[in-house]
Design a binder for this molecule. Structure first.
Ligand SMILES: *Cc1c(COP(=O)(O)O)cnc(C)c1O
Length: 433
């Protein structure tokens, strides 16, 4: 375990300083830059199981898991060995491969709403494609999204879009024309009345409602009882589609995603993260009558050079196979509950106001005295305190997502000992905050 006094990140600093001259902000994706927690990001050298090693040789227990995909643990030996085998046959065909059928069948079997699926290369791509499909199917242009929900960085979704944007303090983004977001209506999460009002004001104009069925991009916020049911009913009554963005929750909240866990079946679903097993994969799928509009079966155009490539499909297939083994979700839930309860308890014992929770392998803790049901609630958090907590945990060998507005992730590789070490580190850090 790294002790605070010996914590040395000289090499990380050097690499990141160079990176800042080469890439905007020194990173390939904004949240990685630690802007919202202060200090400089650490540069990784390798990952394995529940652990990360940085370029200075420090070891950390990881609760980011490459933002979700590493649910079986980083670099799982069975995933790596399947990838070696696939690699020998080539990385991309740009033509059909058997692995696409295998992963498609697994996804269709697992996710209640999905009867047919299209593979893409990222969650962003899945969400922007599903939006086009919502509009193509209904012949309507407007959509409803929720404050604090993130659906990738496509123009139409960059309205009140949660973590990354929130962290940088950008209300929206320059470069997004008003005409693009005019049709994006927003409502507070967990607020059915607001959604009802939007439907009333825009009758026969709303293509559908898209949401994170459990929010992870405004910190961890679960749906309140009746919210998902209410959305299912409202969309049906108004001839609109219900879309679950399960890029984060798919195969994490349960094997069949949040829709399986809560027993609400949307019309369309987007996936990403876990189904790629650490390689770039996204997907959207749903009812056959809707998916049949997608080219070349139908007129809605969407394509991709590297989509469905055998390497990425292989990582996804092996990851889902591992998740199908008996007891995996029980284990994920047990370990995450132990972690979350431990963290909340230690914080409260030390006099900090915190609010948090977990479902399966997804968790969160806000530094606020308020209970958090929406992005507005989440924003009452003491983010400066979170920044100090984050830094302290890093110095004690624990890698948390570098923003108050991100969920935490556990994996099958996290042990009880890892959890105990994490809680002990939190106790040390929270004593001096
Ligand atoms: C991560 C995420 C996305 C975007 O996926 P990328 O692969 O980063 O483009 C979309 N929706 C949700 C809910 C996400 O968590």
């Amino acid at each position: 375990m790294v002790s605070t006094t010996s914590f040395n990140t000289a090499k990380s600093k050097e690499v990141f300083a160079a990176a800042q001259q080469l890439m905007p902000g020194g990173v390939s994706s904004p949240v990685r830059a630690f802007k919202s927690v202060g200090g400089e990001p650490i540069v990784f050298d390798r990952v394995k199981g529940a652990y990360i090693w940085d370029v200075d040789g420090n070891q950390y227990i990881d609760y980011v898991g490459t933002w979700g995909p590493a649910i079986c643990g980083h670099a799982h030996p069975e995933v790596i060995s399947a990838l070696h085998e696939a690699l020998d046959k080539g990385t991309s065909f740009g033509a059909p491969c058997v692995q696409e059928n295998i992963l498609a069948e697994m996804v269709i079997d697992a996710v209640p709403s999905i009867e047919m699926v299209r593979f893409v290369n990222s969650g962003t791509e899945a969400c922007m494609s599903v939006l086009r499909l919502m509009r193509a199917f209904t012949g309507r242009d407007k959509i409803i999204k929720f404050e604090g929900c993130y659906h990738g960085h496509a123009d139409m979704f960059l309205v009140k879009a949660g973590s990354g944007v929130a962290t940088l303090g950008l209300p929206d983004s320059p470069g997004v024309p008003k005409t693009t977001t005019n049709n994006t209506l927003t409502a507070p999460y967990n607020d059915l009345e607001a959604v009802k009002a939007l439907f009333a004001e825009n009758s026969n104009a709303i293509a559908g409602v898209i949401l994170e069925p459990v929010v992870g991009n405004a910190g961890f916020i679960p749906p309140e009882a009746g919210f998902l049911e209410g959305l299912r009913l409202l969309t049906q009554e108004n001839g609109a589609l219900l879309v679950f963005d399960e890029v984060m929750t798919g195969f994490r909240i349960a094997y069949g995603g949040a829709q399986e866990k809560f027993g609400i079946t949307p019309d369309l679903t987007t996936l990403g993260k876990v189904i790629g097993g650490g390689l770039p994969v996204g997907a959207y799928g749903g009812r056959k009558d809707i998916m049949s509009l997608v080219a070349p079966a139908g007129p809605m155009y969407q394509a991709g050079t590297l989509s469905g490539n055998p390497l990425a499909m292989t990582a996804g297939i092996k990851t889902l196979e591992l998740l199908q083994r008996p007891g995996t979700y029980e284990q994920l839930d047990r370990i995450t509950k132990r972690l979350t309860n431990g963290l909340l308890q230690v914080a409260k014992d030390l006099g900090h106001e915190v609010y948090g929770g977990q479902i399966s392998a997804m968790f969160g803790m806000f530094f606020t005295g308020k209970s958090v049901h929406s992005y507005e609630d989440a924003k009452t958090s003491d983010t400066a305190k979170f920044g100090r907590f984050h830094r302290g945990m890093l110095e004690h060998g624990v890698y948390l997502a570098p923003s108050q507005y991100e969920a935490g992730f556990t994996s099958l590789a996290h042990t009880d000992e890892d959890v105990e070490r994490t809680i002990a580190a939190a106790k040390a850090v929270l004593s001096n905050l």
